[in-house]
Write a protein that binds this ligand. Sequence first.
Ligand code: ATP
Ligand code: MG
Length: 756
Amino acid sequence: MSDQETRPPSDFIRDLVRADVSAGTHGGKVCTRFPPEPNGYLHIGHAKSICLNFGLANEFNGVCHLRMDDTNPTTEDQEYVEAIQRDVRWLGFDWHDKMFYASDYFGRLFEIGEQLIGSGHAYVCDCTEDELGRDRGTVTQAGANCVHRTRSAAESLDLFRRMRKGEYNEGAKTLRAKIDLASPNMKLRDPPLYRIKRSHHYRTADAWCIYPLYDYAHCLSDSFEGITHSLCTTEFESARELYDWVVAAAGMPWVPRQTEFARLNISYTVLSKRKLLELVQNKDVNGWDDPRLPTLAGLRRRGCTPEAIRDFCARIGVSKNLSTVDVALFEHTLREDLDARSPRVMGVLRPLKVTVESLPSGTVEELDAPYWPDGREGSRKLQFTRELFIEQDDFAEDPPPDFHRLAPGRTVRLRHAFIVTCVGVIKDRDGNLLEVRVAHDPKTRGGDAAAGQKVDGTIHWVSAEHSIPVEVRLFDRLFSTESPGEKGGDFRKDLNPRSLEVLQARVESSLQHAAHGTRFQLERLGYFVVDSDSTSNGLVLGRTVTLRDSWARAAGKAVKPAARVKPVSKQTAAAPQELNESASALQSRLGISADEARTLDGEPLLRTLLEEAIAAGAAAKDSAALICNDLLGELRARKLAQALFGGAQIAELVGLLRAGTLSSRLAKEVLGEMLAGKGSPAEIIARGGLTVITDSAVLEAVAFKVVAGNPELAARFKAGNANVLGALLGIAMRESAGRANPKALREALEAALSGK
Ligand code: ATP
Ligand code: MG
């Protein structure tokens, strides 16, 4: 894991560990463990526990053990052990040589059982499971002692040894702790410690026919290994007393401490190995690594990175309060992670043929297209040919009013290529659209509009001849309800029947040799990954996540695309001191400032705009800043009754800001134009030449002029006063009318000052 990665904020467990370390508890050591049962694959809920346990060890110079909690022979398997190890490693954690198996302790656990009998802390009981249940009592009623409880230690010891030898049938006898059948804690009413099970164990084979129960094996394993902090989920809260009792009764010299935290739940999915196993066994999904599953193997195959999962775990934090995390937060984290690491390429999911009438067949216009929106190094060649494919959705014969794509007579930019105008369509005898005819403007090579040329929008495309056919798998949420099975009945009834859609699509030729696991963004369509089902005969792509939140829209949750922004009332501007509950929820969900949360909470229309911008793929923080500072300021200043744009345009603006195409000053100008109803950011920029200057020749000239014009400042800089650079940078920025890319300008200035 990289050092730059943000550490999770502190929480009650970290506070507790820190206090223990400084008080010298356990000799100031920290030793945690992640104890999965190898009866299924790990899911993202386990990732929360892994990040916590291994994270603590990393932060406090301790160690974290990986322990297979393998005391139930009927459900466990070596396949799962290997999958668990693979997933923990993939997440970025290392147990070094600290790999343990509870099954390795069977011998010691048996001896401690004998010892507990000898010291009067346990007895062999012949009650059946039904009798045990009946005699346990209820929460309001004490349980009843059975006749076996008063057996002599010698008799119990003899029976326990004969249980081990296999003299009894399954269920005939148990070893029980002798505690208190009247205890208010049901867990302490003489719980079973050992049971007879005639099953083959994946590691100990048939060496044992009695197996220890979790409440007995787990705490003792922790003690054997010198665990300091035994962290588990809150279901085990009532088991803590038993945990402590067993460790004390056994006279263990090492006393670990159990602390509980809330398990992770995520909406629209299930985080239970039992339920996941059911889905796999019923073939509702295609194996444990089906990209629709919340398993780590599934998420990996889906194209999620371990960094995104760790980041998600850090964001949700650790507390004792049970809650369900909105899956949208997870998807949002994914988008943020993928945005930074995915080169942009093009593909067409549902191809519609386009013929460029103005280009002779056989002509190939080769175009250089950058992979990155921020102008980072790296580009690939695109082939612009007479026959192309565009997205079926990007053409409408009879376009609705706000359609910014291709239509008869309309002009659009084909991304990175040329500006084209639709000059006709071809249909079959039944009136079905077969192809669209366009003419291209050769002067617009690279996609630059000529002065005054009006462009309706930018769409993606591929060459019909040069593109490659691929299978694309689009995933939707696995369940169509927020809490599957909540309303009773089988949780599988809530499966979303449309969670997988398979398309025959086309992608640009640069992807020809993309290896399994390669991630990229298909512009306007989402983040994709090359699936392991790909062969030399054909690529299979899976969509990791869309750019926008299509689900919320389909479910009718999202508001209309063009939200009208009302002037903001004074009332909302007067900020209260404390954040109310909904504002504070907004703040923690989006990671925005308290002021922004307050503003947004008080103004639903601004909030809608923000949600839309996020849904359109923009970063929450940037969008909130733009909306709460610039837009709100403009709205107040202009006293405008309404603004005619939606979150998608905010997202576009945020994207341009992020990519460095616009400085924040220019973005404000563009926003002003948008408010005046002058069109989308791209259109305004195309019209007004409002882009950031990155051209090094221009910046060098500015830098040279500023250095020459301010000899005194330049001399002070050369004499070693580095602070002067800021002043010079300010002058140079003004010289460029606020249009220079600040980083590039700074470099140009430094070069000019050093006389290069
Ligand atoms: P499941 O309910 O999925 O079967 P489990 O608790 O039975 O989970 P284990 O293999 O025993 O699965 O879990 C190993 C560790 O992971 C335990 O310490 C458990 O508390 C933790 N864990 C399991 N599920 C979650 C979750 N949803 N959130 C946080 N931690 C979890
Ligand atoms: Mg468990």
